[in-house]
Design a protein around this ligand. Structure first.
Ligand code: DX5
Ligand code: ZN
Length: 231
């Protein structure tokens, strides 16, 4: 006899992945220690071409992997992720997410990431429709729906992305996909409920976690809100 799930149709527990983009990078190891109760670490790689900002590349990501026990999720906001993506899997990232707008061969990259032992993620800018990637989603483990224009932390959550999250969730259910939906940008105690209700399961939060006095308490609060409103 099976027990009915408590939350309506939640397949998995919500996961909180703090983004270290705006942490104190001079004290990276300490900043990683502040979020040890999280479910993963989200590392934003920006090349100043795909987005108008420059963050860091492989050496820093390798240092993050070496200094946290948490799974690292690399969000590549770079041109030519077909070429650079596999190196992030080799660096030990648990999931490597590339933007669909920059990818030439998403299926080839997903299969290569899997061969290297990493999960494959596909990211959509706010203006990129779900339909653009629908046919290849079966190859991926994670769909990242951006809820801000990628490039910077601390921006406001774009509410009009909620229907896209809902549509993605329905598509996942209809096709029986093993795909988790991640949201990134402006996720806070004020917005996470609606994202969870719409169907997101993995929540990236930068300023809401690192801007808090007590990062662990912020993570717990976000997780509790997401759980209470799980789709
Ligand atoms: C923006 C990055 C985000 C950013 C989130 O392009 O992808 O991961 O760090 O920061 P907040 O949570 O402050 O919007
Ligand atoms: Zn990100």
């Amino acid at each position: 006899m099976t027990t009915a799930p408590t939350a309506a149709c939640a397949r998995t527990a919500p996961a909180i992945h703090p983004s270290i983009l705006n942490c104190d990078i001079a004290h990276l190891a300490d900043e990683l220690a502040r979020i040890e109760g999280a479910d993963g670490v989200h590392v934003d790689v920006m090349d100043n071409h795909f987005v108008p900002n420059l963050s860091w590349g492989l050496p820093v990501v390798e240092a993050v992997v070496a200094h946290t026990p948490l799974p690292v999720d690399a969000h590549l906001m770079i041109e030519d992720p077909d070429r650079w993506g596999p190196a992030y899997a080799e660096a030990g990232c648990r999931i490597v997410t590339a933007h669909s707008e920059a990818l030439v061969a998403p299926v080839r990259l997903a299969r290569e990431l899997h061969r290297l032992g990493a999960g494959a993620g596909l990211a959509l800018r706010p203006s990129t429709p779900l339909e653009a990637v629908e046919d290849v989603l079966g190859e991926f483990d994670l769909l990242l729906i951006m809820t801000v224009e990628p490039g910077f932390g601390g921006q406001a959550f774009i509410e009009s992305m909620l229907p896209k999250i809902e549509r993605a969730r329905r598509l996942v259910g209809r096709r029986g996909l093993e795909l988790r939906i991640q949201v990134d940008g402006g996720v806070s105690a004020g917005t996470i409920e609606r994202a969870a209700q719409a169907g997101a399961e993995v929540f990236v939060a930068g300023s809401a976690v690192y801007g808090a006095q007590d990062a662990l308490a912020a993570i717990e609060e976000l997780r509790a809100l997401a759980r209470a409103h799980a789709h």
